[in-house]
Design a protein. Structure first.
Length: 92
């Protein structure tokens, strides 16, 4: 998880959900589904969930730019650009 100085309400909610998920796994020995495991392996689970929560509430990606920036920063910090085949294009 990334160290964010200004955390949105979506980040805080995502962090709380992540903590609950980890506690449940520890208590009952359950495992994450394959989607959650893949996202967790990126190191950006909380940032990804915060972005999803923002979009679900606002229904407008434009209102989620802070969450997008946090996710992108986390993604790059964890070296995930090297894990995927897609490459950002310069849009002109």
């Amino acid at each position: 998880m990334s160290e964010n100085k200004s955390k949105s309400k979506y980040y805080e909610e995502a962090l709380e959900q992540y903590k609950e998920m980890v506690e449940e796994e520890e208590e009952d020995g359950s495992e994450r589904d394959s989607w959650d495991k893949r996202i967790t392996d990126t190191g950006c689970y909380v940032e990804n969930l915060a972005l999803q929560l923002c979009h679900a509430e606002t229904n407008d990606w434009r209102q989620c730019f802070p969450e997008m920036a946090q996710f992108r920063s986390c993604w790059e910090k964890n070296g995930n650009r090297d894990r995927v085949q897609t490459v950002d294009r310069d849009l002109k």
